[in-house]
Design a protein around this ligand. Structure first.
Ligand SMILES: Cc1cc2nc3c(=O)[nH]c(=O)nc-3n(C[C@H](O)[C@H](O)[C@H](O)COP(=O)(O)O)c2cc1C
Length: 215
């Protein structure tokens, strides 16, 4: 396993009913954790469960989970009733977020099409916000997917966090019940990443309150 990253905190949101962004300086920072794979039999939820436990261990964040498998966004960019219904659930979570953590596997040296579809359906929701990554896969640990995602998010005026958490041969690190077998290194990497994400999220939110981002 490879690691690098910084910290954040979470108190999972029980409801998405009131997702209006609160930019007041003392409001909790809100992070949207995005599961990027919608593959049948996917390993992503195991990674997500471990990571959500890490976010809760830091407590400066409120968390929303965005799962591309549940989103069911169409791949054609047409405002059909199905698209509008899917967006009505997802877009408010992205808009309310002060920061994002993208959980991405690597598919053929890149990130999943399902993740790119979610990204491309949105624009301003990403803008002037930090994005961190937890990656996993085979030998590469998803690092090539992450490096490509940095280019995508730069185009969207987002700021990507330097440090990441990366799982090589991800399945080998977790037991059958989804527990990490030897979590010290991964936990430390998650804290590093969350700490960086928190710094960027607070700095950008404070800056935008004084100088709205004009792209
Ligand atoms: C179509 C496909 C392509 C893959 N390509 C790569 C790859 O290029 N590099 C890698 O390290 N792992 C690769 N893998 C392994 C996946 O990253 C690994 O199975 C991961 O668990 C997939 O995430 P998921 O289970 O959440 O869908 C590939 C898997 C699939 C299904």
């Amino acid at each position: 396993m490879t690691t690098t990253a910084e910290h954040t905190t979470v108190a999972p949101a029980d409801s998405t009913a009131d997702l209006a962004a609160d930019s007041t300086a003392d409001a909790p920072l809100r992070v949207a954790v995005i599961i990027g794979s919608n593959r049948e039999g996917r390993f992503g939820p195991v990674i997500a469960d471990w990571f959500l436990s890490r976010v809760r261990a830091h407590a400066d964040f409120e968390v929303d989970l965005v799962d591309v498998a549940e989103a069911e966004l169409p791949t054609s960019f047409r405002q059909t009733p199905d698209a509008e219904s899917a967006l009505a659930t997802i877009t408010p979570k992205l808009a309310a977020a002060d920061a994002f953590v993208v959980l991405t596997p690597e598919f053929n040296h890149s990130f999943p099409a399902s993740l790119k579809n979610l990204v491309d359906w949105h624009y301003g929701e990403w803008q002037a916000k930090p994005v961190a990554f937890v990656s996993y896969g085979g030998m590469s640990g998803g690092l090539r997917a992450v490096e490509q995602l940095r280019q995508v998010f730069a185009e969207l005026h987002a700021v990507t966090v330097r440090d990441t958490v990366s799982f090589h041969n991800a399945g080998a690190h977790f037991d059958d019940s989804g527990r990490h077998r030897d979590p010290a290194q991964a936990d430390a990497a998650a804290k590093t990443m969350l700490d960086q994400l928190h710094w960027w999220a607070r700095a950008l939110r404070d800056a935008k309150a004084v100088h709205p981002y004009g792209a």
